[in-house]
Design a protein around this ligand. Structure first.
Ligand SMILES: [Zn+2]
Length: 306
């Protein structure tokens, strides 16, 4: 299933209209005019093409068949996301090797400048230039960072990163971090290192991507211990994820109790199902409309001052 064409009367156009209607129905049930999605991917075209090719081959970091639903041009992806009622979103991008972060950050600055509803996003890699890269991105106006420990395969406790975490903590800049060991563990994924990082930088507004899957309960425990820690819902509770890394039902009350620190994320466009499935999956938690309203809009609006 792809959304390759923009013809409103073609099959892709009809599918998009049906998905828009479903997202609108979800919002209407919650009394929300809009959603805020803190985990969406926009990146330079040739990087995104490589990411898609990687998913196509179900490479070692993916581990299973992963058909990308929204493989289409950038302007069309923006149109789709806005059509779901998303009024603010990020441009999560990340380097898989050194000497790439600055170039990505320049692209992201340009993307944010031409995309007013994008929360200007930046990234870094564990390399000597990381503190300068982060400082430069903040000067360019970055409001949120992405850190990908699984793809980057670096240690969050690497001493070169200490000034980066310090800077992000001091400026209160959220950093969405893929630190869980899903879909496949990396050498530095998992809750232990993040726990030690937070002991060192307790005010860091680290956002645990994917609710920390599959180490859900370990990351919930970290969030309970560190009041600045947040979580994003990216791919959680969807049928796709539940088949592989189900959220433990017994932990739902703990997720409910953290309801002011959970943020909607989706991984759009790199998802193997339609966008409304991510929304309905959250509804299936049974955590109720107040929790959903906070997660799908209000928590992020407060965090980013929107
Ligand atoms: Zn992602």
């Amino acid at each position: 299933m792809t959304h390759s064409g923009a013809d409103p009367d073609g099959p892709a156009g009809r599918r998009a209209a049906a998905e828009r209607a479903e997202a609108a129905a979800f919002r209407a049930e919650l009394g929300l005019d809009h959603l805020i999605d803190v985990h969406t991917h926009f990146m330079p075209e040739r990087v995104l093409t490589k990411v898609w090719a990687y998913f196509d081959t179900a490479g070692p970091l993916v581990g299973r068949s992963w058909p990308i639903t929204y493989r289409t041009e950038e302007h069309r992806r923006l149109e789709l996301l806005r059509g779901f009622g998303v009024r603010a979103f990020t441009a999560m991008l990340y380097p898989h090797r050194p000497a790439m972060a600055r170039w990505l950050n320049d692209w992201a600055a340009d993307f944010a400048a031409r995309t007013p509803d994008c929360l200007h996003t930046a990234t870094f890699f564990a390399e000597p230039s990381a503190p300068d890269d982060a400082r430069r991105a903040l000067e360019q106006g970055a409001r949120v960072f992405k850190c990908h420990l699984q793809v980057g395969a670096f240690d969050p406790l690497d001493p070169v990163l200490d000034p980066v975490w310090g800077l992000l903590a001091d400026t209160g800049t959220p950093v969405v971090t893929h630190c869980g060991s899903g879909p496949v563990p990396g050498p530095f994924t998992g809750p232990d290192r993040i726990g030690r990082l937070l002991d060192r930088h307790p005010r860091l507004r680290l956002v645990v991507a994917h609710l920390g899957m599959p180490e859900y309960t370990e990351f919930l425990a970290l969030a309970e211990r560190h009041p600045a820690l947040l979580l994003d819902t990216t791919m959680a509770f969807t049928a796709f994820t539940e088949a592989d890394a189900p959220f433990p039902r017994a932990a739902l009350p703990r997720l409910a109790a953290l309801g002011d620190r959970v943020l909607l994320g989706t991984d759009f466009p790199n998802i193997p199902y339609p966008y409304p499935e991510a929304l309905r999956a959250l509804e299936r938690t049974g955590l109720g409309t107040d929790w959903l309203r906070a997660v799908c809009h209000d928590n992020a609006a407060r965090l980013f001052g929107l």
